[in-house]
Design a protein around this ligand. Structure first.
Ligand code: G6P
Length: 605
């Protein structure tokens, strides 16, 4: 939630910050703002409600002068969507400007302390206490900037990533505590630095990054960044660990700008759906020893939990059927936000497998923190390198699919399924078969994402775009696919979509079926008999049946052929529905990459 980017260098900051904001907009799009420090050491600020480009058209961010600045795109938590609540926020004396992602839980208490010292507040946000606390420590208590900021960060409770800029010295300081923040270091000795919520924000300028840890505070100084290329140009302190100066390695990321740009596609969502031809293979190219080692740990553990949120949870649920079927192994699949209810089952030899695209979802970080406190081993399956979850895990398997920009999980969902399926095969002592089967998907996914298939699905979307409700059914692991399909449809088309296990229809939901009610039916060889009889229950009440599976049956009103791939059916079967959800959004005039009220990475509880 909320995207942050800061720049300190030799080039004009505004175009770099604007470009970065566009790439971070998936993190929130209620309001946005850019602030720079010009050559006269004055702040120049523009912020407003709306999406980045709308604001830019109205205010022209490119008018802002200076080679240092900070920028923010907001997903509102504390305080409504107003210009006053948009970031950056300034201290009372106008010297410190702050942008923030996350929540400061003790802001009310801090705000009333500052009010009693004569500070006034012009927004309803929790953020505004930060610049004013820094001012308090500097102006009233006489501390220098770094000491004042360290004191401030140490007094904040909650999860946050904060970046601030000091007008007088052009110093930029960023801190990470439970929310993402990465440092970008100018490549080829270029004197420029970036702080951002996510790497794609500055990927066109550098691939050299420093992953920050919780409690890290980076100080980017203007005087040290310019002249000597050899001089250390930034310093990292850890405000949770005795304010010690720490060193973190500079690492080069393998992601390309091509991944972070739309290319020939109208939207990231469609681009990312079609990328699955390659990303499914990349996810499958895991290190054999690591997979087998994790399978061994699963076998030896006394109790295994598989946890995730949203689509990641659906991937967990889907594969829990495979652990049972392939390896006769029971896995507890739990929503990360509900995990605390199971705390008393956690022992030292319990293994928790945490699945998350971003590695920053607060619910999963909370769950993993609990597991670590109980001494459990934590394995994570993550897309974003250096994310908080990877830092908390004993071992991480990466999805290797490049950045996913659209808010909806598509390529990362299928990648999670692939990695988890390989684990199930490894647990069954049959990793080679799993690897072989993943390779075989290439051709199928190519056909499923081809323009001709998309055109056929577009015809279905035209019909369904007039529906008020869409139901989805499946059995076994395809029940999890049904849940994911309903989520994809509703989150981007805003049409009510709901999934049921086929056998549950008769226990209530069937009363919702009337003439022409659309019902999507996922069919596989092993569930065919039963799911088709559920489909007939819908048909006989006038429902409109959309079949997805290997063989058409007469009762289907619309059929999308997806070849039978056994254990990998969930990977292929979701793809037509990802396309359908995308087409519905386009037909209904919604932005597929930025659905209303949603954010890609949810860092609030
Ligand atoms: C948000 C996103 C979902 C995602 C979920 C979990 O709600 O909109 O698409 O599935 O978070 O995210 P994670 O990064 O933990 O997989």
């Amino acid at each position: 939630m909320c995207g942050i980017i800061a720049y300190l260098g030799e080039d004009s900051a505004a175009p770099i910050l604007l470009e970065g904001l566009k790439r971070l907009e998936y993190r929130g799009y209620d309001s946005a703002g850019i602030l720079t420090v010009n050559d006269e050491s004055q702040f120049e600020l523009k912020k407003d409600v709306g999406k980045v480009l709308e604001i830019h058209e109205k205010l022209n961010f490119l008018d802002l002068n200076g080679t240092a600045g900070i920028a923010h795109t907001r997903w509102a938590t504390h305080g409504g969507v107003t210009q006053a609540n948009a970031h950056p926020h300034l201290s009372n004396n106008g010297r410190i400007a702050v942008i923030h992602n996350g929540i400061i839980e003790n802001y009310k208490e801090l705000r009333s302390k500052l009010t009693s010292q004569g500070f006034v507040f012009s927004s309803e946000t929790d953020t505004e206490v930060v610049p004013n606390l820094i001012e308090y420590w500097m102006r009233i208590k006489g501390l220098d900037l770094v000491e004042a900021v360290l004191n401030t960060f140490q007094s904040l409770e909650g999860n946050f990533a904060i970046v601030l800029i000091d007008r007088d010295s052009k110093t930029i300081i960023g801190a990470k505590n439970g929310s993402p923040l990465v440092l970008g270091v100018g490549s080829n000795g270029k004197n420029e630095y970036f702080l951002a919520s996510d790497i794609p924000a500055f990927l066109d300028r550098t691939k050299d990054v420093v992953y920050l840890y919780d409690g890290d505070m980076v100080v980017l100084r203007c005087d040290s960044h310019s002249r000597s290329k050899k001089s250390s140009s930034y310093q990292i302190y850890n405000f949770r660990d005795g304010r010690k100066i720490v060193t973190r390695p500079v690492q080069s990321v393998s992601w390309d700008m091509e991944h972070a740009a739309k290319g020939e596609f109208d939207h990231f969502m469609l681009k990312e759906i079609t990328e699955q031809v390659e990303t499914i293979q990349k996810a499958g190219a895991q290190d054999r020893e690591t997979i087998e080692d994790i399978a061994r740990r699963i076998k030896e553990a006394k109790g295994v939990f598989l946890i995730g949120c949203g689509s990641s949870f659906h991937a967990c649920l889907s594969v829990s059927y495979l652990f049972s079927k392939l390896a006769a192994f029971h896995i507890n699949t739990v929503l990360a936000s509900e995990f605390s209810a199971y705390e008393h089952f956690l022992k030292k030899d319990t293994l928790v497998i945490a699945v998350s695209q971003s590695g920053e979802t607060i619910d999963i970080l909370d769950a993993v923190r609990t597991a670590k406190q109980k001494g459990c081993q934590v394995i994570s399956i993550v897309n974003v390198m250096g994310s908080s979850l990877t830092q908390m895990s004993d071992k991480t398997l990466f999805l290797n699919v490049g950045p996913e920009i659209s808010v909806l999980s598509t390529k990362t969902y299928t990648a999670q399924l692939v990695v988890l399926t390989l684990l199930a095969y490894a647990l069954a002592g049959n990793l080679d078969e799993g690897l072989q089967r993943v390779k075989y998907l290439w051709n199928i996914v190519y056909n499923l994402t081809a323009a001709s298939t998309r055109a056929r699905i577009r015809a279905l979307a035209d019909r369904l775009s007039k529906s008020e409700h869409i139901f989805v059914i499946g059995r076994g692991s395809l029940y999890a696919t049904a849940l994911e399909a309903a989520l994809k449809i509703k989150e981007v088309s805003y049409i009510h979509a709901e999934a049921f296990a086929g056998g549950e229809l008769k226990h209530g939901p069937i009363s919702l079926i009337g003439k022409d009610t659309p019902c999507i039916v996922f069919v596989s060889k092993d569930t065919e008999k039963l799911i088709l009889s559920n489909a007939m229950e819908v048909k006989s009440r006038g429902g409109y049946l959309i079949g997805i599976g290997p063989t058409p049956i007469e009762s289907f009103d619309f059929f999308i052929k997806v070849p039978e791939t056994g254990e990998l059916n969930p990977v292929c079967d979701i793809i037509p529905i990802q396309i359908l959800a995308y087409q519905l959004a386009v037909i209904l005039g919604h932005d597929p990459d930025r659905p209303r009220n949603l954010a890609k990475s949810v860092t609030v509880r």
